[in-house]
Design a protein around this ligand. Structure first.
Ligand SMILES: Cc1cc2nc3c(=O)[nH]c(=O)nc-3n(C[C@H](O)[C@H](O)[C@H](O)COP(=O)(O)O)c2cc1C
Length: 207
């Protein structure tokens, strides 16, 4: 099949499939479990699957936050920009329910971590803490935030880029100096309500 994604977006009637398959195709996407500090000092924690590594000289990651139902910014983006820092904890299969719980829309002054009973641990280089039970976490300083525009110039998403200042790795996942990603059982996001677990791996040398 083929469908015109602009038709789908504009509600023009020709969409092809009942649900937008875009996220099922650009999949799996890593999940950044983003912790930030709100202006009142509260720790905010939320999952973002529009999350990716975009550079490694130095290491830089980004997450992309939609406007919420009321066309307001979700908390993580303004918190990160205002305080200049965020932490991205890696989500293992064991923490899937806790991660999901933190996707609830709560007021900026309410800590999703507290609400979901998730233990946080202090970071070394930045103020936002990491998820204590996460197998790894990236401590980031915001280097840029930018609006993601439609062709028509409208804006519904804000991307926040962070330079990684320090990385926590649970030692149990380091073998012979290499991180065993598969052993972490990291979960990733697909489309609809589907997730995948990264358990299988294979190696291939570059030509
Ligand atoms: C696995 C998962 C991935 C998500 N990815 C995103 C995302 O990339 N961008 C986004 O705007 N919302 C995403 N959400 C929804 C946010 O987590 C949710 O709106 C949350 O309430 C935002 O919290 P905040 O306002 O504290 O930032 C995702 C939810 C889940 C469960």
């Amino acid at each position: 099949m083929y469908y015109d994604s602009q038709e789908r977006f504009s509600g023009g009637g020709k969409g092809g499939l009942p649900y937008n398959p875009f996220k099922a195709l650009v999949a799996p996407r890593p999940i950044g479990w983003i912790s930030t500090i709100a202006p009142d000092g509260n720790v905010n924690l939320a999952p973002y699957s529009y999350f990716q590594a975009v550079a490694d000289q130095p290491d830089i990651v980004m997450f992309s936050a939609a406007l919420d139902m009321k066309d307001a910014q979700k908390d993580s983006a303004p918190n990160a920009v205002d305080c200049g820092e965020f932490v991205c904890s890696i989500v293992p299969y064991a923490l899937r329910e806790a991660m999901n719980e933190t996707s609830r829309a709560l007021p900026r002054s309410t800590s999703e971590a507290d609400q979901a009973g998730i233990e946080m641990a202090p970071s070394k280089r930045v103020a936002p803490p990491r998820v204590a039970a996460a197998p790894a976490a990236l401590e980031c300083a915001v280097v840029e935030s930018r609006r993601v525009l439609h062709r028509g110039g409208e804006h519904r998403y804000t991307m926040v880029f962070g330079e990684v200042l320090g990385i926590y790795i649970d030692d149990q996942y380091i073998t012979d100096g290499r991180v065993d990603t598969a052993a972490m059982k990291v979960i990733t996001r697909m489309g609809y309500d589907e997730y995948a677990v990264t358990e299988n791996k294979f190696s291939m040398k570059r030509p």
